[in-house]
Design a protein. Structure first.
Length: 178
């Protein structure tokens, strides 16, 4: 019997962009709506998850979207940037790194190992790209995500501002060496 989880790379098509726009908006909302102002959420979602923007992101050669499907339904995804400068010290020689720009799982699937499967696949992609590290930003108030990343060996290396509508929040920059 085959495992019901399937992780695939999103196609670079308008149909995939429309799917990512809807999925991205839904999962971002599920993750952060309870802790943030509705107007700020709406502004960010409108600016970030439109089909046109998703198509532009899909077609960028340094971007990879991983889709997690359970029983033929997409229930999570990760957006990877294979040429990230997040957290790089401008005074040092740059290292090649992969950034996990987004990693979201539908509420009903949290705790099932689906997020871990996406992260393992992202780390595998970084190794295939011969990256020296994987980096990401995580909201300082998202304890569940911070604990998840810590289990994978990510450690804080800095912080950055994250604009959610009219509110400026703080993201921690985390790094895992490979």
């Amino acid at each position: 019997m085959s495992h019901p989880l399937r992780i695939s790379v999103a196609k670079r098509t308008p149909a995939a962009a429309a799917q990512l726009a809807e999925l991205g908006r839904q999962l971002f909302h599920e993750t952060y709506a309870a802790q943030n102002d509705a107007a700020d959420m709406a502004a960010y979602e409108a600016a970030t998850f439109g089909p046109g923007l998703q198509l532009t992101e899909l077609q960028h050669t340094d971007t990879v979207f991983l889709l997690a499907q359970m029983v033929q339904e997409v229930v999570g995804y990760a957006k990877l940037n294979t040429r990230s400068s997040l957290g790089l010290d401008p005074t040092k020689t740059p290292e090649k790194r992969l950034e996990v720009e987004r990693l979201y799982v539908a509420e009903d699937w949290i705790g099932t190992g689906l997020g871990a499967a996406l992260m393992r696949r992202a780390i595998e992609e970084a190794r295939q790209q011969q990256c020296r590290a994987v980096v990401l930003g995580v909201w300082e108030k998202n304890e569940r995500a911070r604990e998840f990343y810590q289990r994978f060996g990510f450690r804080p290396i800095g912080q950055q501002a994250f604009q959610l509508g009219s509110e400026t929040q703080t993201d921690l920059i985390l790094r895992k060496g490979l």
